[in-house]
Design a protein around this ligand. Sequence first.
Ligand code: SAM
Length: 222
Amino acid sequence: MRAAHFVRSATRLARLSFVPEISLYQVDDIYALWARTERELGRAGLPPPFWGVAWPGGLALARYLLDHPALVTGRTVLDFGAGSGLVGIAAAKAGAASVMTSEPDPLGRAAIALNAAINGVAAAVCVDGAYGGAAGITAEVVLAGDVWYERDLAEHVSGYLADAAARGARVLTGDIGRRYFPRGRYQCLASYEVPASLDLEGTQALHASVWQANRACPASGD
Ligand SMILES: C[S@@+](CC[C@H](N)C(=O)[O-])C[C@H]1O[C@@H](n2cnc3c(N)ncnc32)[C@H](O)[C@@H]1O
């Protein structure tokens, strides 16, 4: 199965109502896509195809970046847990010098490449499966949309983003108040009502916020 062909055949290209600057290959029914993916790959127990949906935390973060381009203009950016690439694509459209997207799902990486191309930012957006490793060490801005839904992942992300903030990167995340978000380490920058999937979230609109990681206090005398 060719990943790009699969992504195109399983989705429809649609403009995001909340972020109309961006169109994505999306699915209406993520559970049907999940079943189809497992069937066609001949594997059970795969993670959900996160890449088929624009998640509410990511929508809020993408909106914020497009409305505050100075945060990323001319800077190197990492989109951690990129899914469809929504957040990284918004950063590229806002003028980032380069965007590395980190996404472990190979179909997700195919979707990011397709989505970057259809939004005219393929040259700026690189696709990586390396969990943000190398790029995370150097990126000036680290972004993470909707990554606080699972304890193990949240622990990993939390440490990773704290390290990035400690070395001076600006770290922004979008979240709807999911269970494992370490709110005490972040400051809220903005909040929105964003559209949500009734199937996934049990509601069609959610309150989503954009948060910035607190930077470590400089040592006295600095
Ligand atoms: C809920 S989705 C959010 C996707 C996108 N940021 C958005 O807001 O639409 C979370 C994403 O994190 C990715 N992910 C899971 N574990 C990861 C890891 N260890 N490193 C990087 N990404 C990971 C998942 O594959 C998924 O695409």
